[in-house]
Design a protein around this ligand. Structure first.
Ligand code: NA7
Length: 547
């Protein structure tokens, strides 16, 4: 191996200006003293909350928890107006964070990464952008997100549609007017369900094209109660501690051992209580075996169906809205406000595109397999994302020896701790695939990862080392462990779920999330560090791993 030292432009290149990128800039620049340059394709900060501006877009974890914990003053001073805040408020929070820590000066907006290539001789990543930048740095940090690459429309003729097409994941900044218009929406995941509740009120007529019904439950939103806020702020330290010690990264504490170990009355009492209190309580704070045992799952699934039938007046529509052939929680459970009531309005119509699939989009609207055509002025695509791996693969990453990340991951992601991949030295993936991130309160998941990678970089610098990279063995074992954890759950039983990658045609069906829970994951990361970065090769400049 050569020991040439080609010039570097920065110490670290960071992708993204959402929750992940912003904290990474602050941590590496202001706490480690590194020279960093960040990029974002968006026109400003916000990440997910910059792009997903569709009506109804809202966070599903209480805002006091879904927020940064790294700065005492920030969390004490910021005021959330609602329990679960809507997109504009989260965006202004992130904008405030960017101002407060002077982060924008380190970000180049409107600039997309087009390739990322490791130069082994120089020990540097060479990063190219669509604006013609070519920059080199020893560390590459992806804060590109997990749900940031919308799925391409799968409908022939979508370009021929004479009306307007909108994607929930890439919503225009000027709010379109739907007044008096015939609007169609495809998709009833979390995004579609949030949008339907609002579009029903905003449009002349709304047609909802549903393939698989979802188990949506009430979010339980309300204006912030000043007393509760004061209490939360006084106890923030304990709250964050409790969150970090919880599977999902929220301070829930009422989960019962088994739905099958209690009487039907007691089970119903628990479901009712969690349903009424909202958030992810029914999913994660009712009974521990819901995601593991089909019979336990059947009890909660039946409870949700009962509630749907109570809320929807037309029995035929109610039946269509009831999920029946897959377990609750194996698709990410949506949270809602008045979603089911939307179907009681005269201007809202539910169309089943499972039995009668969408054949094409015509200039006039949507045509189904049996020839029925729905005439529309606007079409909203709420069809989801190429989750977790999509954002990384979109950057065209080439590692050691010219090996593409796309080749290395051809059969699904291969990572160690969901943080790094072997053959891709010094490339850190904040909330990468096979980490708990998408089943963990995202801002806390991000802080854990950024703190880990910042510590690793400090460790390298303090010890005269240049490169950190997982061993092939450690990576193989992590992949095996991640798959084994998933196989012990009901997750693989879902027909299409972005958790498993099988929502995207052609994408390998592999679990994309670590299912051992945030506490077990954090313990593992701590142990790895305590054991001198166990499972990683740490080498000096120029030395080849394994050479
Ligand atoms: P999701 O949860 O992946 O939902 C996508 C929806 O779009 C879902 O109802 C899909 O039906 C439907 N879809 C996708 N492709 C098609 C085609 N070809 N035909 C008909 N219907 C289709 O994405 P979201 O954006 O709602 O949520 C993503 C995450 O963002 C969410 O979980 C939160 O974490 C935030 P299907 O179920 O596949 O039959």
């Amino acid at each position: 191996a050569s020991t040439t030292t080609a010039p570097q432009d920065h110490d670290a290149i960071i992708v993204g200006a959402g929750f992940a990128g912003l904290y990474a800039i602050h941590k590496l620049r202001d706490q480690l003293g590194l020279d960093v340059q960040a990029f974002d394709a968006a026109g400003d900060v916000g990440g997910t909350w910059y792009w997903n501006r569709y009506p109804g877009a809202r966070v599903d974890i209480e805002s006091v928890h879904y927020s940064y914990s790294f700065d005492e003053d920030l969390q004490r001073e910021w005021h959330w107006t609602e329990k679960f805040c809507a997109q504009p408020e989260i965006l202004s929070y992130l904008s405030h964070v960017a101002d407060r820590f002077d982060l924008r000066r380190s970000i180049r907006f409107g600039t997309r990464i087009t390739s990322v290539t490791w130069d082994d001789d120089a020990g540097l990543w060479e990063v190219r952008t669509d604006k013609g930048d070519v920059l080199r740095a020893p560390y590459f940090v992806s804060g590109a997100g997990t749900l940031s690459v919308p799925k391409k429309p799968e409908f022939p003729g979508v370009d021929t549609f004479a009306g307007e097409v909108y994607m929930t994941g890439n919503w225009p900044h000027e709010e379109p007017s739907f007044e008096g218009k015939r609007v169609g929406i495809i998709g009833v995941g979390s995004s579609g369900i949030q949008a339907v509740s609002e579009l029903a009120k905003m449009s002349g007529h709304l047609t909802v094209f549903q393939r698989t019904p979802n188990y949506a439950t009430p979010i339980g939103n309300a204006p912030t109660d000043p007393e509760e806020e004061a209490r939360d702020k006084a106890n923030y330290r304990q709250i964050r501690e409790a969150s970090r010690n919880h599977f999902l990264g929220v301070p829930y504490s009422d989960v019962q051992p088994s739905a099958l170990a209690v009487s039907a009355e007691e089970r119903r009492r628990v479901f009712e209580d969690r349903w009424n209190r909202g958030g992810f309580r029914l999913f994660i704070d009712a009974f521990q075996d819901i995601l593991f045992d089909q019979r336990a799952n059947d009890t909660v699934a039946e409870y949700i169906r009962e509630r749907i039938r109570e809320r929807v007046k037309d029995p035929r529509t109610a039946e269509l809205l009831c999920p029946k052939d897959y377990p609750y929680g194996t698709k990410r459970p949506p949270l809602e406000t008045d979603y089911y009531e939307a179907y009681n309005r005269d201007n809202v119509e539910l169309v089943d595109v499972k039995s009668n699939p969408i054949a094409e989009v015509t200039p006039r609207g949507v045509r189904l397999a049996d020839g029925t055509e729905y005439e529309l002025d606007c079409l909203v695509l709420a069809t989801g994302f190429d989750a977790c791996t999509g954002p990384l693969l979109a950057m065209n990453i080439t590692g050691r020896g010219g090996r593409k990340l796309a080749e290395h991951w051809a059969d699904g992601p291969q990572t160690y701790l969901g943080l790094m991949s072997s053959g891709f030295p010094n490339l850190f993936m904040i909330t990468g695939p096979q980490s708990p991130s998408v089943l963990y309160n995202m801002p806390l998941a991000i802080e854990d990862h950024v703190d880990f990678l910042a510590d690793a970089i400090s460790h390298l610098r303090e010890n005269g080392l240049a490169v950190i990279e997982p061993s092939e063995d450690a990576e193989r074992e992590w992949v095996r462990h991640t798959n084994e954890l998933a196989d012990a759950t009901l997750l693989p039983n879902s027909p299409t779920s972005w958790y498993m990658g099988n929502n995207v045609p052609g994408k390998p069906k592999r679990v994309l999330v670590y299912l051992g829970g945030a506490p077990a994951y954090r313990a593992k990361c701590d142990e790895v560090v305590r054991n001198g970065y166990e499972g990683f090769h740490l080498t000096a400049r120029g030395a080849l791993v394994g050479a």
